[in-house]
Design a protein around this ligand. Structure first.
Ligand code: HEM
Ligand code: HEM
Length: 192
């Protein structure tokens, strides 16, 4: 975003680094969400038969990776900023898109942190036998509450991402402006 809040100049677009961060996050979330839902259902149906434990351990590891990755992405975002708003956006669309982007960033931190907190409270936190730092002392009641919040925040993330993808496609297909090109890997700006 430009410091003076002005719309983007014609050449402004997301950097290659920002696009890499965006699409690697999309890939990791596209694996992590269905894995989370599938492992819980599979565990319930089979009384936690193999390979449920491996799926849980993979989910925990990928979740921690997402957390580290998002921290690196945010550091890059704060250091290098983002392009100014696309000139075709109405004032209300600028406000809604900024709120949505920052809410998604917040949830990309909150969802894995709640997973880590819940798993710490459930204890011991040893995915694939590797002892990792626990954030809380063992407490089964608290673990249950935190897993509930983990699920709720993941649902919220899905809802916001659905809105976000809907908006990106609306701009590309209906408004035919440059919003999607700013983030799509390798594409130049779509002006005019
Ligand atoms: C962005 C990262 C993450 C996403 C999107 C995510 C998403 C989900 C989803 C959708 C579920 C299924 C909820 C249900 O149906 O009950 C789930 C369950 C679970 N998640 Fe995550 N998760 C993430 C990170 C983590 C992390 C970092 C940990 C632990 C270190 C973790 C541990 C768990 C566990 C243990 C469950 C099973 C809970 C149960 O058995 O009720 N998750 N997650
Ligand atoms: C898990 C899925 C996704 C997440 C978590 C996500 C997250 C984000 C975030 C946080 C931003 C703000 C970037 C910044 O300014 O720092 C962003 C921008 C953007 N995303 Fe996504 N996104 C996802 C999926 C998608 C998909 C599937 C599309 C395309 C169909 C898409 C298209 C865009 C576009 C075009 C922008 C730039 C918007 C602008 O120019 O203001 N995103 N995304």
């Amino acid at each position: 975003m430009r410091p003076n809040g002005q719309p983007a100049a014609k050449h402004e677009t997301y950097s290659t680094g920002a696009r890499h961060f965006h699409w690697w996050t999309v890939l990791l979330i596209a694996i992590q969400l269905p894995l989370g839902i599938f492992m819980v259902n599979y565990g319930e149906r089979t009384n936690f038969a193999a390979p449920t434990g491996k799926m849980y351990d993979s989910h925990k590891m990928i979740g921690l990776l997402i957390l580290l990755f998002v921290l690196a992405r945010l550091a890059n975002r704060f250091l290098n900023g983002a392009p100014g708003d696309e000139p075709t956006l109405e004032p209300w669309q600028r406000i809604v898109s900024h709120i949505t982007h920052w809410a998604i960033y917040a949830l990309l931190l909150i969802v894995p942190l709640l997973g880590w907190l819940a798993t710490s409270a459930y204890g011991p936190f040893k995915p694939f036998g590797i002892p990792l730092p626990s954030l809380l002392a063992e407490n089964q009641y608290l673990a249950k509450q935190l897993y509930g919040l983990h699920k709720l925040s993941a649902i919220l993330l899905v809802a916001l991402v659905a809105m976000h993808v809907g908006a990106a496609l609306f701009h590309y297909i209906i408004r035919k402006d440059g919003v999607l090109n700013r983030m799509w890997p390798g594409l130049p700006r779509r002006d005019g």
